[in-house]
Structure formats: structure tokens, C-alpha cells
Write a protein that binds this ligand. Sequence first.
Ligand SMILES: C[S@@+](CC[C@H](N)C(=O)[O-])C[C@H]1O[C@@H](n2cnc3c(N)ncnc32)[C@H](O)[C@@H]1O
Length: 242
Amino acid sequence: MRHVDLPRPDPSVHGVGREYRGLAGKLQFRVLQRCGLEPDLHMLEIGCGIGRLVFELAPFLDRGSYVGFDISPEAIAWLNEHYAPRLPNFRFDVLDIYNARYNRDNTGSAQTVRWPYEDDAFEFACAFSVFTHMRLPEVAHYLTELRRVLRPGRRAVVTFALITDRDRPPYVHAGKPLVQIDDVSYTRRVERPERGIAYREAAVRATVEQAGLTIVEVIDGSWHGWNSSKPRVVNDAVVVTS
Ligand SMILES: C[S@@+](CC[C@H](N)C(=O)[O-])C[C@H]1O[C@@H](n2cnc3c(N)ncnc32)[C@H](O)[C@@H]1O
């Protein structure tokens, strides 16, 4: 572990949601460690936001490297100003992609974008609370891109709010009731579903498989209200391999 002196992520830069008592990044980091993240891996973070995970990763990932991307120019500018100069093995990229919740000025499509990374570029990847703000065809394309950039046999952790066979209606996520909008999708805001989308687990499993990825494990998120002794985050962490 190296010592790095970083300012804390600044929530005023880009609204990434509740901070969970300052624990969001710590919990994410714990889940990644349990899923096999090592200090010498080359990793990708999809939707890195304001760097909550980066703040926790920076001392740990001393021999590997990190690339994070997001669709918020403000968040990436902040990371490039405050973190990149102190972390030579970390890089932050902005992608021009529209999202009804997070960036309505962008014009690119999450359903067709090619991420600016080579095939097999990464040995580990993650996306925390990103697919909960994307429609299923967009998620399907992102999983195909993930498959392309993740080296064969390597792992990624991607979170969803999964409606499972154990859940019973009415479904409630983060204190808000979920309304069904199609066969497999539920949202907290019908007029703007990207505020928060939950998917039926079977639909997510099928989408992951269609992208050529294999599910290794699903770590239940705390949002279901079930007891667990495993490290976990609010949403369900789907661990996949390429
Ligand atoms: C709930 S925030 C989570 C941010 C970060 N993962 C964290 O936990 O702090 C969702 C993030 O996804 C980003 N985002 C939304 N659509 C995206 C897309 N198509 N590609 C990459 N990032 C996206 C948003 O800008 C936002 O930073």
C-alpha cells in the first residue's frame, strides 16, 4: 500500500446519489477485493462519477493501473485536476453519451458507442449504480463492449437492482415504490425511468449471456432487506467473467 494524499470526492461537482454515510466507495472497494481485485491489475471503471471508488483504490492499486470513464465532463474535469496529477497510473476519460438522468446535453448513444479502448485491454472491470440508470438495450450494448475490452477469463463486477423470485410486490427501492413499465423493467419515476431502473433477474441473466459473458456469482444488495454477512453494496453485484 502506498500513501497518497487526495481530497475527498466532491458531491457538488456531479450528483451521484446518496452517500450512505460516506461509505459508498469503501463498500464498493470491499466487494471488489472479495471478487479478486489485486494491486497489480489493469482495471476499468464504467461510470466512475466523482471518484468515490478511486479515493479508496488509490493507495491499494499501486502496481496496476486504472481507467475510469463517465459521461459528466464536470466530474472528469475534477478528477483530472485533483486526482490525475497525484496518481500517474490512473486515467479519467469523458464520453459524449446522452442520459436522461445524468447528461441531457450530450448527443452520443449508449446503444452504439464504441468505448475508446483496445480489445482485451483490461484484467478487471466494474460498474457501480450505472446500469440502474440505463435502459436494457443500452445495458446490452455496454455488456458487449465489456466483453470486448475484458481479457478472456477475467472478471467484472456490475451492479443492478434485480427483481428476483424471492422479492414480493410491492417492490420498493431506496424508499421509493417501483412501477412496472414493461415486461422486465420497473422504475421509481415513470416520466423519467433513468432516475432508477430495476430489472427482472431473468432478463439480466439472459442479457449477460447474450453478450458472451458468464455469471460467476450474484451478491445480493442490501436494498432487498435480507440479512447477509458478505461485503455488499446497496444494489445487487453481478460478478461476470469473459
Ligand atoms: C449513481 S452514479 C454512480 C457513480 C459511481 N459509480 C459511484 O458509485 O460513485 C451513476 C453514474 O453513471 C454515469 N453514467 C450514466 N450513464 C452513463 C453511461 N452511458 N456511460 C458511463 N457512465 C454513465 C453518471 O454520469 C453517474 O456518474
